[in-house]
Ligand binder design. Structure first.
Ligand code: ZN
Length: 219
């Protein structure tokens, strides 16, 4: 906003306006005034002297200009660095927020994993107890089985992925699906002796035919 001309004149002539010395003492340090000249006396309207600008001595106009330029460059540099510092501070804030969020998520994930682990540990313990019980039961059963039959069972189990017995139903081995000879199936139906499937060698047992199928004896 520009001041009207008259007001500007009033301000320029104001008794409390800043004088040269006010400016010097504000701008410079260690100002040493030089008085008078060699021909005449001291003129209070003219002020001159030596001083330091930003802590450095300034003696000529050229030095003063160079100094001002240097100061301006330095101030620009400071502004640029301050801007960069601000940017870094803002980036740091963002990163800190991200770290906090990440730490929260990690904590949640760790809690979930711990809960899942507890469930799995409990399930494992349950399964191990079942295995122990079944193993003990197997021990009792094995003791009662004929050694020759047990040998057939164990050899077959080894060669057939642990499944040594197969149900015979409707004239078939229900695991390898091979049709049994009628005479063999009839023997299996009695569940009186160890009979192996001709194809997969599993020990066959009979638990009944499907209701719809006709008895093999009539085939
Ligand atoms: Zn079979």
């Amino acid at each position: 906003m520009s001041t009207p001309a008259f007001e500007r004149v009033q301000m320029a002539r104001h008794p409390d306006r800043p004088y040269a010395m006010d400016l010097f003492t504000t701008l410079f340090t260690e100002f040493v005034e030089i008085h008078g000249d060699r021909r005449f006396a001291d003129d209070p309207a003219m002020i001159t002297g030596f001083a330091k600008l930003d802590g450095q001595e300034v003696k000529t106009n050229r030095e003063y200009t160079a100094m001002l330029h240097e100061i301006e460059t330095a101030q620009n540099d400071i502004r640029t660095r301050e801007d960069r510092i601000l940017e870094i501070m803002m980036e740091t804030d963002e990163l800190n927020a991200a770290i906090k969020k990440g730490e929260g998520e990690l904590k949640t994930a760790e809690k979930e994993i711990a809960a899942e682990r507890a469930v799995l540990d409990s399930e494992t313990a349950g399964l191990q107890a079942e295995i122990d019980k079944t193993t003990a039961e197997r021990g009792h059963l094995v003791a009662e089985i004929d050694r020759h039959v047990l040998a057939i069972f164990e050899t077959t189990a080894k060669g057939r992925k642990g499944v040594a017995v197969a149900e015979a139903k409707d004239g078939l081995c229900t695991i390898c699906h091979v049709r049994l000879r009628p005479q063999v199936f009839n023997e299996v139906r009695k569940n009186e002796q160890i009979i192996q499937c001709d194809s997969c060698r599993r020990i066959l047992y009979f638990a009944g035919n499907s209701e719809a199928s006709a008895p093999v004896s009539q085939m």
